[in-house]
Ligand binder design. Structure first.
Ligand SMILES: Cc1cc2nc3c(=O)[nH]c(=O)nc-3n(C[C@H](O)[C@H](O)[C@H](O)COP(=O)(O)OP(=O)(O)OC[C@H]3O[C@@H](n4cnc5c(N)ncnc54)[C@H](O)[C@@H]3O)c2cc1C
Length: 434
């Protein structure tokens, strides 16, 4: 975050800085008994709490910092109802017909679920369901996205293939070979959405404790006991929803994913004359590059973009400037307004890029649904976990479900995405012909 002198919470991201007033939740003091305890108040924990509380289940969230402190408060706000690396055909090959079909249906409906919840609970979060566009940066990438759009359209989804002229009309950018759009996707303000989920969950009876870091989860005669510095909570079932921010709570879980640092920037608001030639429909855009180029506007017409970069010394100042320069070049904006906000977050990238539930112990699950599709997938995961809290076996939920599978030599292989990225950036450059 580049703005000096902001209070700590506001310095986490653009969304925290511009958020409307924040209501503090107290830390847990003393002892509490609940049916379901949730560790982490990001989208996964909040959506699970809401869906469980709606069923009359007693549920409480323990959050180490504040609501949306993790990736939930630091992302780009794209609502994307598909998979980062796989298409329906590859999901079926990977998971088999039965589990594959269930996961495909789960993902397909995930953006609609987000926008339905926003409407049902009147969440004021600048949500726009105008579509998510994936332009193709090369001829080979266009062949892939044509197949992708066709597969989702065959399943009744509002997916359309776009030729290069349509991509230019929709985005204002020259040079893409074509692309596709899922009209059920869109954009929102993630902090406002998370706070809205929290308010809705509390209205249904859920309790949320901030500044309540869980330091241990111990098995008890019936269920589990969670310890925090000033209290303890006994629960029949526990969900660990700490994403890549678990910091040693469960060291085995920490070794099941690649922690990938992603940077985000926002410019000062664009003058209307320039704004009107870019993204007139207000959609979200994420292209097919390995180091994908993303962009959208917020309600003040700030241009928001992000990227994964090979990090190293000085990354906090070097990388945001590189993303800003890339944006100016690709959007042909010599008069791009200055960088106003810069921040970063950690994504938990699974080896197969799919969401999953991890069976940590009897009645103890961990949920990971990130991989750049986290807003839609985590919200849908929370709905599924509400069913689990209500008695459905985890194996019958639509997500992949397995014991922890820690990676060998994780201390070394955890850097693999960054190393591969350098090669990916080079290939992106060679393939882009404009
Ligand atoms: C920079 C960036 C951009 C992204 N952009 C997009 C996007 O545009 N669209 C999209 O769909 N997805 C995007 N994602 C992914 C998306 O943000 C995540 O998938 C999603 O927010 C994960 O939510 P979560 O609830 O699982 O985890 P988090 O939001 O990370 O929440 C985990 C919470 O657990 C808490 N916690 C950790 N340890 C403890 C403990 N011991 N006790 C109590 N609490 C604890 C943390 O404080 C944190 O609040 C992006 C991710 C990043 C990093």
């Amino acid at each position: 975050m580049s703005r000096a002198n902001l209070p700590e919470a506001q310095s986490l991201s653009l969304w925290h800085a511009v958020a409307r007033s924040r209501r503090d939740r107290p830390p847990l003091e003393g002892r509490l008994d609940v049916d379901l305890a949730i560790v982490g108040a990001g989208f996964t924990g909040l959506s699970t709490a809401l869906h469980a509380a709606e069923k009359g289940i007693s549920v409480a969230i323990l959050e180490a910092e504040i609501i949306a402190w993790g990736a939930t408060g630091r992302n780009a706000g794209f609502v994307v109802p598909n998979f980062a690396k796989m298409d329906p055909s590859t999901i079926l090959a990977h998971l088999g017909p039965e589990r594959g079909e269930r996961l495909i249906d789960f993902a397909a409906a995930s953006a609609d679920l987000v926008f339905d919840l926003i409407e049902r609970h009147r969440i004021d979060c600048d949500a726009v369901q105008n579509g998510w566009i994936q332009p193709a940066h090369s001829a080979a990438a266009f062949e892939k996205v044509k197949s992708r759009a066709g597969q989702w359209a065959d399943r009744g989804r509002p997916a359309v293939t776009l030729d290069s002229v349509s991509v230019q009309e929709l985005t204002g950018i020259r040079g893409y070979v074509g692309g596709w759009m899922d009209r059920s996707g869109g954009v929102l303000d993630p902090v406002a959405y998370a706070r809205g989920l929290a308010d809705a969950a509390e209205k249904c009876g859920a309790r949320i404790f901030e500044h309540s870091r869980v330091t241990a989860i111990e098995q008890a005669t019936q269920g589990w006991v969670l310890k925090t510095p000033s209290g303890s909570m006994r629960a029949g079932k526990v969900l660990i929803a700490t994403n890549a921010y678990g910091a040693g709570l469960n060291p085995v879980l920490d070794r099941t994913y690649f922690p990938l640092r992603i940077f985000q920037i926002a410019t000062a608001p664009l003058p209307l004359g320039i704004r009107s030639r870019l993204l007139p429909g207000g959609q979200g855009v994420g292209d097919t590059r390995r180091n994908l180029l993303t962009f959208r506007f917020d309600r003040e017409n700030r241009l928001i973009s992000g990227g994964m970069h090979v990090v190293g010394a000085g990354a906090d100042t070097r990388v945001p400037k590189a993303i800003w320069r890339r944006l100016a070049t690709h959007l042909e904006l010599p008069d791009i307004p200055p960088l106003e906000y810069a921040w970063s977050g950690i994504a938990a990238v699974e080896p197969d890029f799919l969401p999953r539930l991890i069976n940590v112990g009897p009645g103890l699950l961990a949920g990971f649904a990130c991989n750049g599709r986290g807003i839609a997938m985590t919200t849908a995961t929370g709905k599924a976990l509400g069913e689990w809290a209500n008695g459905t076996d985890a194996v019958d939920l639509p997500l992949p479900f397995a014991p922890p599978s820690p990676m060998s030599f994780h201390n070394v292989v955890r850097y693999a995405p960054n190393v591969l990225l350098a090669w990916g950036i080079l290939r992106d450059r060679l393939e882009w012909t404009r």
